[in-house]
Design a protein around this ligand. Sequence first.
Ligand code: SF4
Length: 227
Amino acid sequence: MQITEIYKSLQGESTRAGLPCVFVRLTGCNLRCSWCDSEYTFHGGRKMTSEEVCDEVKRLSPNGGLVEITGGEPMLQERELVPLMQQLLGTGYCVLLETSGERPLERVPAEVIKIVDVKCPDSGEAETFHIENLETLTPHDEVKFVLSGRADYEFARDFTHRHRLEERVNAVLFSPAFRKDATGSRDSSHCLLDPQQLAEWMLADDVPARLGLQLHKFIWDPAVKGV
Ligand code: SF4
């Protein structure tokens, strides 16, 4: 499969934020979100077998732990990815899969924790979520919305209510988008939507979701990759 990078860092998002995690970042994406911070994954990378990927994961985290499969859109390489996820699970890792949910998810192994990033209007990729994927969600999965403004917030709030997401998954995450050109200082002024504003909207509407901040962007320079 085509891999952009494999590295160890702290998990920046989801209910596992703050925990050590090995990231396996696959090359290629079929979407073009306006705020995408991973455009460097669209092309390039190097071919690796699943054995080579597993060996690198073991080298970085020999005692097990979290492995996140991300991209790009990892499910574009489903044919090779599913056996890799099975192999990692069989070796004792807790496997997270970050995906837009644009591709069908029914062949993802049940033990894998899916973190499904449903695209909102300001991303420019709304309506790409494959709605049948709602039936593949399990109580250990998570659904994330990355928000740039009020229209995105209302979309996420209404989608959550309409599909009763809080009853389907472990967590519904509302996360402010970061500016693509953010560099240097690490604070919330780089968010496209002020986290305080988002918090106030969530409290006012009593939304059954949790506010998520991209922890790694407050620890390291937001422009730095591989951290
Ligand atoms: S799905 Fe992810 S990698 Fe693809 S364009 Fe959107 S944010 Fe970027």
